[in-house]
Design a protein around this ligand. Sequence first.
Ligand SMILES: Cc1ncc(COP(=O)(O)O)c(C=O)c1O
Length: 372
Amino acid sequence: MRQETRAVPLSGPYLDEREEELVLEVLRSGRLSLGPTIDRFEELFAEKVGAPYAAAVSSGTAGLHLLCVSAGIEPGDEVITSPYSFAASANCFIYEGGVPVFADIDRRTFNFDPAAVEAAVTPRTKAIVAVDIYGYPCELDELRAIADKHGLAFVQDSCEAVGAEYKGSTIGSHGPPAVFAFYPNKQMTTGEGGMVTTHSEEEWRLLRSLRNQGRGDEGGWLEHVRLGFNYRIDDVRAGLGIGQLEKLDEILSLRDEVARRYSVLLSDVDGVELPCADDDSHKRSWFVYVVALPDNAARERVIAHFEREGIGYNRYLPSIHLQPYMRERFGFREGLCPVAEDVSSRTLALPFFTALASDAQERVAEALATAL
Ligand SMILES: Cc1ncc(COP(=O)(O)O)c(C=O)c1O
């Protein structure tokens, strides 16, 4: 009984003395921002994902916004993005006056359906923001082909997908600029933080300027060559990030194991659809463990039971176009993206983190089975 009443949190970071040591090193160095630890973090990250350049930023959202600035999105430009994502996938271009166009998702992967993206292109389309939702790579080749055919900018929102692989190589290595995020529920964390990878030295220089108040490579502290932002990360967080990168392989493999245990525990539970499996072209980096239930009523039954049991959960993810501010500003209504709306109404994130113990997972599986 005592065992059974212990809470199971939804997520949690995976840290040890190494991160403490690296953060202390930065604190003792006196170089808290614009210092060498950021450069090192960027170099190591670029190397890890196989991109020639990386620019660290204050959040994933900041990174996405900067890529929208770099893509030249202007007021009235349409940008196609996924309705089944975190709000920042759309907000990032709305900041620049871009107009969101939501293309529906694939029922199995929860990522963009390329046919829906093609159908959403108009003469006003400027860019595509593709998302690797829940760490599962999007249909990168098909989507890039659509962007190339219509002369569109392409941004990859890989905020949930550090370490994922598409057609045998790591996300970030394929060519389009990609953004990664390091909030504490992510695979690796810097507290708050993000990283943009790019294959263009020119874009990298622009990103470094934009994140740093529009300062140029040369010129002084008080010279601003363009409209910039303060989207800098600091060296303290970069130190934390280096510690996390050092153990990223271990983190990803432990998360694989946690996911594998869930798939065994849940395989016989009636009414639970598991996250789609990897195939030759797609290798997921496990960010969250989201199951689909028969309908919203079943989900609410499970949630009520989880609350009684002290088990963490979240209704991942509501459709972005149905968020109150989206309805109000752009007039979006139910029916625009039927697949995303259906999936949103019945998906549930279970407790999932690197150090999640198997007995806690057994409790979650039991609670799920009991509630259903
Ligand atoms: C798909 C996706 N895009 C963007 C973001 C934004 O990242 P951040 O919270 O670091 O701004 C997140 C993180 O929550 C995300 O999951």
